[in-house]
Design a protein around this ligand. Structure first.
Ligand SMILES: O=C(O)c1ccccc1N[C@@H]1O[C@H](COP(=O)(O)O)[C@@H](O)[C@H]1O
Length: 218
């Protein structure tokens, strides 16, 4: 089984290297000022050079305007833009056209009805990321370390290869794979010691747990 694994919210070369050396297919850098994982474009550009050619570089944004899209393309040169706001399918298509990048659209899920927009986004997004809903009181549309009821995903057409995110960690990754059957996993808070602080020990523990789960499933 090949599985994409994205480690998101990386801020240091050490954590970035650990994620890539353990096999992350994608590495994510967050550009959202209210996030404890926020990085300026110049800092992202430096980290991107460490990752380039070793993992897919993903920049996480929330309802980015055209100016920001252009700056990210020019200064960071990522492989992917992750759209984690309220971007419509038309806006996703426009950002993809403008940037020439692959686009990952995040959808917030807590009930079966939240899967209804999947059909509208599939034709325009290169990947769909199914994440939990923002809890009351949080300023973050993602990165809250909360999972949702993965049983809901049984309603999805199995041909839809989605990335799963929201509260994944070493303790629940086995259940996540068994219940949700995702094509990829996206993890941030679950490999941190505090909001925005990646913990290399937890990155190793996550990949150890993932490898054990995949071996059992083989
Ligand atoms: O991580 C953030 O701070 C963030 C900010 C704004 C949009 C998205 C963000 N993170 C994304 O949230 C999911 C789940 O993260 P977690 O594992 O539950 O902490 C992941 O896709 C991040 O890219």
């Amino acid at each position: 089984m090949t599985l994409d694994v994205k480690i998101c919210g990386l801020k240091s070369p050490e954590a970035l290297d650990a994620a890539i050396l353990r096999g992350a297919s994608h590495v994510g850098f967050v550009h959202f000022e209210r996030s404890p994982r926020h990085l300026a474009l110049s800092a992202m550009a430096e980290l991107a050079e460490i990752a380039r050619g070793r993992a897919q570089i993903v920049i996480v944004t929330v309802d980015p305007g055209d100016d920001l899209v252009d700056k990210i393309c020019g200064e960071v040169r990522p492989d992917w833009l992750q759209l984690h706001g309220k971007e419509s399918p038309e806006r996703v298509a426009a950002i993809k056209d403008r940037s020439g990048l692959k686009v990952m659209k995040a959808l917030a899920v807590s009930t079966y009805d939240d899967l209804l927009p999947v059909d509208a986004y599939r034709p325009v997004a290169d990947a769909l990321l199914l994440d939990s809903k923002r809890p009351k009181g949080s300023v973050l549309p993602g990165g809250n370390g909360l999972s949702f009821d993965w049983q809901i995903l049984a309603a999805l057409d199995p041909a839809i290869g989605f990335m799963l995110s929201g509260g994944l960690n070493a303790d629940n990754v086995s259940d996540a794979l068994r219940i949700a059957r995702p094509a990829g996993l996206d993890i941030s808070s679950g490999v941190e010691s505090a909001p925005g602080v990646k913990d290399i020990g937890r990155i190793h523990a996550f990949f150890d747990a993932l490898e054990r789960s995949l071996e059992r499933a083989a």
